[in-house]
Design a protein around this ligand. Structure first.
Ligand code: BTN
Length: 253
């Protein structure tokens, strides 16, 4: 399965992406959301996994916690659909996805990214990438949005082009990202302790006072690091709390 609806792409080389671990590549010039299409195809049970679903223009991208993910032209948006894996808990999968983007931005683009737990990626304290993970019984969807060639001119977000001062090759970015995802997943399987340490080293706001919202609870305290399962350790006035999911985290400066 390669080219959905026979759309031509002047940006992506689908044959090149259809290699190694990836068993199917689905491409459409435009679509509402790569995660939505992944959900639909998993329901129909027609996807050979692992699969990549990608588009040049996502019209109705979704972010975490019912947020929208506004995609402007030049952003990279795709979903990696993986077979469910009992070896990897969801918190760790989030961290694998986040750390893999951090490693790509460092090694391939020479930037100094930070991991905003669990899986936003910041450069110069601005968001450059976000991940939306959704799980279905027959497949896990890792939706990735990376600001590559889009010009944002925002205090809260940035792109590779803004950081590096020149246009980037989206095909290279997506294929590097997939390679880093698999390498990071292998590290998490084979050396879980080292993996969590690497995530911790890249953590945004480490050692700082933060405020986070987890369910109906607001937690304020010093971000101490990660526990073995990838949960966030926060030193509060009543002791250390380990947080496993949060909708909002911000430094209390
Ligand atoms: C977030 O930061 O809240 C997560 C953003 C995730 C956006 C990506 S873009 C590709 C995939 N399809 C979607 O609809 N969302 C994810």
């Amino acid at each position: 399965m390669l080219n959905f609806e026979n759309d031509p792409s002047s940006i992506f080389d689908l044959e090149e992406l259809h290699q190694g671990n990836v068993k199917s590549v689905l491409f459409k010039l435009e679509m509402d959301s790569t995660n939505d299409l992944a959900v639909k195809l998993l329901q129909q049970n027609t996807l050979k996994l692992p699969a990549i679903i990608l588009t040049e223009m996502q019209r109705a991208g979704r972010g975490r916690g019912n947020n929208q993910w506004i995609t402007s032209e030049g952003a990279l948006t795709f979903s990696l659909v993986l077979p469910p894996n009992s070896q990897l808990q969801l918190t760790l999968l989030s961290l694998v996805a986040g750390l893999s983007i951090v490693r790509m931005l460092e090694t391939d683009y020479g930037l100094q990214p930070e991991l905003k737990w669990p899986n936003d990626v910041l450069v110069t304290e601005k968001k450059i990438a976000g991940i939306l993970i959704e799980t279905k019984p027959n497949g896990w969807i890792v939706g990735v949005g990376i600001n590559v060639n889009n010009i944002l001119s925002l205090d809260s977000a940035t792109s590779l082009r803004e950081q590096l001062g020149q246009q980037q090759d989206l095909q290279k970015t997506v294929s590097r990202q997939i390679q880093h995802f698999y390498a990071t997943q292998t590290l998490a399987f084979e050396q879980p302790q080292q993996f969590v340490e690497q995530c911790e080293k890249q953590l945004a706001f480490l050692g700082e006072e933060i405020e986070l919202v987890s369910g109906s609870q607001t937690v304020i305290g010093k971000l101490e690091g990660l526990d073995r399962s990838g949960g966030l350790n926060v030193q509060t006035t009543t002791g250390v709390q380990t947080i496993h999911s949060a909708t909002r985290i911000r430094p209390k400066r």
